[in-house]
Design a binder for this molecule. Structure first.
Ligand SMILES: Nc1ncnc2c1ncn2[C@@H]1O[C@H](COP(=O)(O)OP(=O)(O)O)[C@@H](O)[C@H]1O
Ligand SMILES: [Mg+2]
Length: 337
């Protein structure tokens, strides 16, 4: 395993703001601290060549986890191992072999043209000249950098800057790339471009990818494995299909009746959940009936004009997990399946 995390914990000590008289007296009085348990008892392992998506609401602990994997933060408890090393103990060694992109921040020099930043990073990472030329040619092509290579980073659009950051993170042929919200704020075209690039890096160059995102489409289009984290706890570790199979069994048959009928439709294996004139939404569980059976049953009693089947979308399912939870135990069982 390239990445191994065992019972990882991170607790921050945050100074409480004091108000009133004590607040005014400031540091003369004792300070009160509050503990924030950002990551609690998280365990997972990622193998070479995997592309794993990590989702969770704001403040779930995603960035904190990534920072412990890169060695920027030291865990409060538990164990992290990346490429056989403990990141915070071997920060430089690990940095030589990983790439990191924080979508909300840039590692590029704000006032320099993009190309200068990339050349500086070449020295930071000690990339041999031939390797640099080879990688630059590839990255320029894949990320289409040429039109803004000489533009100062501060003048780049968000999408251009992200492409620059991706190039910066991949210049030294890292074996692992961590991407924290790589598509945040990007428009549809820019997102598409970033996803294409990541797919290529993973498929063709075998780069192992762990990305966090708010956009389930990133996960659907890139990752076969999903981690769901909330309140610092890993709620799910498994495939996207696994989540659909287990929680997404409710489907909806939408029918347009050839002529409207009064009142709801009566169908044995489905429930009418919505009506809009002759258009009716019939919810059914695919473990109880197939769509074909249901359609046959409806058509036998009501003349149909048209029909479609709506699959549960992954976004809805994941939101339900945030809201209703999935016990950590179940998440672990899922991981070992
Ligand atoms: N440096 C820090 N000091 C104190 N609290 C922090 C720090 N970094 C993160 N936190 C807190 O830890 C929790 C997890 O944050 P984070 O990992 O950034 O979540 P996410 O990336 O999933 O949005 C949040 O409650 C956040 O406020
Ligand atoms: Mg974050």
């Amino acid at each position: 395993m390239l990445i191994h995390v065992e019972r990882l914990e991170k607790t921050f000590r945050v100074a409480e703001q004091r108000s009133g008289l004590f607040g005014a007296m400031g540091s003369l009085v004792y300070r009160k601290y509050r503990l924030v348990r950002a990551v609690r008892d998280v365990s997972f392992a990622i193998g070479r060549g995997e592309m794993v998506g990590c989702v969770g609401p704001n403040g779930a602990g995603k960035s904190t986890t990534i920072k412990m994997l890169t060695g920027i933060l030291v865990p409060s408890a538990g164990h992290v191992e990346v490429l056989g090393m403990v990141p915070h103990q071997r920060r430089k060694k690990v940095a030589q072999r990983i790439g990191v992109v924080f979508g909300q921040r840039t590692q590029l020099w704000w006032d320099l043209p993009l190309i200068d930043s990339l050349e500086l990073l070449r020295y930071v990472y000690r990339v041999p000249a031939a390797r640099f030329l080879h990688n630059m040619a590839r990255l320029r092509d894949l990320l289409d950098l040429d039109s803004f290579l000489r533009t100062p980073v501060r003048q780049l659009s968000l999408g251009q800057r992200m492409r620059g950051d991706l190039a910066a993170a991949l210049l030294h042929d890292p074996e692992i790339v961590y991407l924290d919200e790589p598509t945040i704020g990007l428009d549809v075209v820019a997102k598409h471009r970033v996803r294409d690039f990541l797919r290529e890096m993973n498929r063709i160059h075998g780069v192992t990818v762990l990305l966090t995102t708010h956009d389930m489409a990133d996960v659907e289009q890139l990752c076969s494995r999903l981690l769901i984290i909330d309140h610092g706890t890993l709620l799910y570790d498994g495939t996207l299909d696994g989540i659909r199979d287990r929680l997404g069994t409710e489907r909806t048959l939408v029918v347009d009746l050839a002529e409207d009928v009064s009142g709801p439709l009566f169908v044995g294996c489905a429930r009418e959940v919505r009506a809009d004139g002759p258009r009716r939404w019939l919810q059914f569980n695919r473990l109880e009936a197939t769509a074909a059976e249901l359609i046959a049953e409806v058509a036998a009693s009501y003349p149909l004009h048209d029909l479609t089947i709506e699959e549960p979308d992954i976004e809805t399912i994941v939101r339900r997990i945030y809201e209703e939870g999935l016990s950590p135990l179940e998440a672990k069982r899922e991981a070992t399946l």
